[in-house]
Design a protein around this ligand. Structure first.
Ligand SMILES: [Zn+2]
Length: 94
């Protein structure tokens, strides 16, 4: 019966060591693992919720990254950028 006691002691010691290792290393990983997947998901959401700007020529809303800028105005494409703002749109004109 003395044998069983020594084996049980060894198992308890092993469990204690494993618990200590988990407390030291396992716990630290948890915040990193939870923070990791959150960021890519958030980034994808922000990409779709990107700011929209209205074309100065036709008024169509286009994502900021796809808009063409000229003279401080945003356009939906190069064609409308080259066409410029429609007559009467210029500041000062009523
Ligand atoms: Zn346009």
């Amino acid at each position: 019966m003395a044998r069983v006691d020594s084996v049980t002691k060894l198992l308890i010691l092993l469990f204690a060591v494993l618990l200590l290792v988990w407390l030291l290393f396992g716990r630290k990983r948890v915040p990193r693992d939870t923070a990791g997947p959150d960021r890519p998901t958030r980034g994808g959401t922000t990409a779709s919720a990107e700011g929209m700007v209205a074309c100065a020529y036709c008024g169509v809303n286009v994502p900021v990254s796809e808009a063409v800028h000229r003279d401080g105005l945003a356009y939906c494409g190069a064609a409308h950028r080259d066409a410029g703002p429609p007559p009467g749109h210029a500041a000062g004109e009523r």
